[in-house]
Design a protein around this ligand. Sequence first.
Ligand code: ADP
Length: 267
Amino acid sequence: NWDARLQIRSRDEIGMLGDSINDLAASLQRYRDTRRAFFSTISHELRTPVTYLQGYAKVLKDGLVDSDKEKKQYLSIIYQESVRLEHLISDLFDLSKMEEGQLKLSMEWLDLKEIVQTAVQKVKLKAENKRLSLQTDLHDSIPLIRGDHKRMEQVLLNLLENAIQYTEKGNVVVQLVKQKEATVLSVSDTGIGIPEDELPYIFERFYRVEKSRAREYGGTGLGLSIVKKYVDMQGGTVQVDSEMGKGTTFRLIFSHETKQGKDGMKS
Ligand code: ADP
């Protein structure tokens, strides 16, 4: 433990200097705590899939599995775990770029409906495996919006994967509606919900709701921080409503702006 706080009581410039040094010391301490949490989460999250990969690959390699059914099962675990690793690595990559302010979006006019359909297709199997119903309600004549195709899909995938992960029964619904002033894209689930007092923090990097729940579900606490950052960068806002034991809805709101205003923001 480390404490560099100064005990200066004077009210003059020296006192003020003491205060700013103390503020700096406090933020340095916060930074160190976050960094420690970061490394411990990352090492854990990297080790878990690698352990599975090694274990199952070894059993197969050593010819210890006879039945084709079992072989298939093991291969499918190996595949899933490698996908998980890939996600983690790409999240970390984006995160480090964000930190350096190096993350550049490539902006174009996007058809949200098409992006939703692609993302839904990608998570369909995950939902089926949990016997969740995955539905879409996509309205027609949704205006094109300016955004980065790959990043927008990533945002949706993160929200959909969370919705599926944190829902035990019921459904996940993606809705795309054009309102008077904005296009609203929402992902709702009938899952476990998020405690009200934790809602303000879920978009923070590495924040995970309730330690016990976090251990049970696995994850890094990066998904939503990436969602928020990408949506901000694309000129939208994110809202969340949740009720414990009932479900959660995330809303992405992209206001209809004049083309001029939009292009102005992106320059
Ligand atoms: P994680 O990798 O832990 O899922 P996220 O940043 O994606 O990280 O989410 C942060 C936390 O918010 C999660 O740990 C989870 O507890 C909670 N959360 C996110 N989405 C949902 C949801 N749809 N339903 C319930 N809880 C959620």
